[in-house]
Design a protein around this ligand. Structure first.
Ligand code: KIV
Ligand code: NA
Length: 269
């Protein structure tokens, strides 16, 4: 199977988007990528790895080196999905030139297909700059977690008419600037509908209703790794219990000297 391409993803907007929504999940490691890759169109190396695997309080202290290390692992572990790597906070907002320096390192050192960055109208010039220089950009509007301090929390966005209009204008601006797809996070359904109808690139929703052209979730969230998850997450597994349960049984067997048994023990011939 040949790897999907960014133009193929973008064209899905017009090729039966209702029957064939885009499927995206996050991946941070090679083995996780191997397991998810055959079932997805896109794998996102999200800066959510800050909380999910590094135990950080937010995505703000995730570094370029962290994203590159995990991005390279996910590219090595996949052969079908388009791999997109998040640009971390502080590596792209200052200027298009700063963004190009960081994005070109991500592209060159991971082998990914494109980058994702947060922001709407304010990032349009940067998106156009990167796109014109051969770097596909996925945009991210609505609830943008790197702006948590400015937004005042992780609550759903677009509750006022003014905010609704701002988010739709953000989506239009990034699409016009050349973004090949837009993640729409944590917005009321009417915003997802308006944005998806207006822009000519796929919208990929997370907490943005079924009306987007695709969906994404943080894999650990949908696996049931965490006790508390946002309302928009559906848990398809109870992996936390599976892991704790295995640790309980292992600890019991070690303490009872049941493990290792004869099958796990080397003996002289
Ligand atoms: O970092 C991330 O995982 C993301 C997705 C939730 C869209 O940006
Ligand atoms: Na992210």
């Amino acid at each position: 199977m040949k790897r999907l391409t960014v133009p193929q993803i973008q064209r899905r907007k017009f090729e039966g988007r209702t029957e064939n929504p885009l499927v995206m999940l996050t991946a941070y490691t090679a083995r996780q990528a191997q397991l998810l890759d055959p079932h997805c169109d896109l794998l996102l190396v999200g800066d959510s790895l800050g909380q999910v695997i590094y135990g950080l309080p937010s995505t703000l202290s995730v570094t370029l080196d962290m994203m590159i290390a995990h991005g390279a692992a996910v590219v090595r572990g996949s052969y079908h999905s388009v791999v997109i790597v998040d640009m971390p906070f502080g590596t792209y907002e200052a200027s298009p030139q700063q963004a190009f320096a960081a994005a070109s390192r991500i592209m060159a050192e991971t082998g990914c297909a494109g980058v994702k960055l947060e922001g709407g109208q304010a990032m349009a010039e940067t998106i156009a700059f990167l796109t014109a220089r051969g770097i596909p950009v996925m945009a991210h509007v609505g609830l943008t977690p790197q702006a948590v301090n400015a937004l005042g929390g992780y609550g759903a966005r677009g509750k006022s008419q003014q905010e609704h209009e701002k988010i739709v204008a953000d989506g239009v601006a990034v699409a016009n600037a050349g973004a090949f797809a837009i993640v729409v996070e944590g917005v009321l359904e009417p915003i997802a509908i308006a944005l998806t109808k207006t822009v000519e690139v796929p919208t990929i929703g997370i907490g943005a209703s079924a009306q987007c052209d695709g969906q994404v979730l943080v894999t650990e969230d949908m696996l049931g790794m965490f006790e508390r998850v946002p309302r928009f997450v559906k848990r398809y597994e109870t992996i936390a219990e599976t892991i704790s349960g295995a640790a309980v049984r292992y600890a019991e067997e070690v303490r009872a000297r049941v493990f290792p048994g004869p099958e796990q023990t080397y003996q002289p011939k």
